[in-house]
Write a protein that binds this ligand. Structure first.
Ligand code: 13P
Length: 285
């Protein structure tokens, strides 16, 4: 069933747990994320952004995600990830998405506020919640580049408070040393900054770039107000590793179904592990 509204998110923030936001580019990954939600009994967010739409076709991927979520017994939010495009946001809201992310993090502060305000108004009018980002993450959303946090710019707590009040967002994505994709060196988050943002901002926080994040860093984030954790690269790696292992036996007969099924099983296992990890309450600090 579709998970509407922010109750699950605010409950997660209260419990120092988090809801995963899993990026899905194709059929097998959508099915795997939903299967993980069903097995765990936990809510999840099924996400895609502009590059996934470019690959699969926006109408096709929107319909697939919404239909799979609606048919499931699990609570699934269908979320637009990292969008800079108000027309794309409008299309997702019209299709029935339950939340959207407007990403104006590349813009100067005043322009980010103006763009975000517009997107939030569109979302709220349709009963959809909105996430936005302040500060900028290093790395690439679709490919692990081994980037370091130095390529980004950190979220300022005072600016975060001003941004949240001026835009009316429901969740704030922060840059506190997190990086998109796997990194060459283990990531160290600025946990003091994260705690200061949490204390300054009345909405749940979102941590992008969770793939490969050391366990104690993830736990530190859950203890400091992060209630949504975005994961992409870990699912991509599970998918591709399974395809690589399946190929020697699949290639002779060109058995594509066996290969896709192996990929789906591997992504299901990875998504389940992450969902259950995030559901384990941390002690707040
Ligand atoms: P990772 O690829 O590091 O998991 O980041 C995913 C993400 O933040 C999607 O918005």
């Amino acid at each position: 069933m579709l998970l509407h509204g922010t109750d699950a998110l605010t409950a997660a923030a209260r419990e120092s747990t988090a809801i995963p936001g899993f990026v899905a580019y194709n059929l097998e990954t959508v099915q795997a994320v939903v299967a993980a939600a069903e097995t765990s009994g936990r809510p999840v967010l099924l996400q895609a952004g502009s590059s996934a739409f470019k690959h699969a076709g926006r109408e096709a991927l929107m319909a697939l995600a919404l239909d799979t979520a609606r048919r499931s017994t699990a609570r699934i939010g269908v979320h637009l990830d990292h969008s800079r495009d108000l027309a794309e946001i409008a299309a997702c809201i019209d299709a029935g998405y339950t939340s959207v992310m407007i990403d104006g993090s590349h813009l100067p502060f005043a322009q980010n506020v103006a763009l975000t305000r517009t997107a939030v108004a569109m979302a709220h009018e349709a009963g959809v919640w909105a996430e936005a980002e302040l500060g900028a993450l290093a790395g690439d959303e679709d490919v692990s580049t081994g980037a370091t946090a130095a390529g980004g710019s950190m979220t300022d707590p005072d600016q975060a408070a001003e941004f949240t009040a001026a835009t009316g967002i429901d969740a704030l994505a922060v840059a506190v040393g997190n990086v998109h994709g796997f990194t060459a060196e283990p990531v160290r988050l600025d946990l003091d900054r994260l705690a200061a943002i949490r204390d300054a901002v009345p909405v749940p926080l979102v941590l992008h770039g969770a793939s490969g994040l050391p366990e104690e860093q993830l736990l530190g984030a859950l203890r400091r107000g992060v209630a949504k954790v975005n994961v992409n690269a870990e699912l991509r790696r599970a998918y591709l590793t399974a395809v690589e292992s399946a190929l020697p036996s699949a290639l002779p007969g060109s058995d594509t179904v066996a290969t896709w099924a192996a990929a789906r099983d591997a992504v299901t296992a990875a998504a389940l592990r992450i969902t259950e990890r995030l559901a384990t309450a941390a002690r707040p600090v």
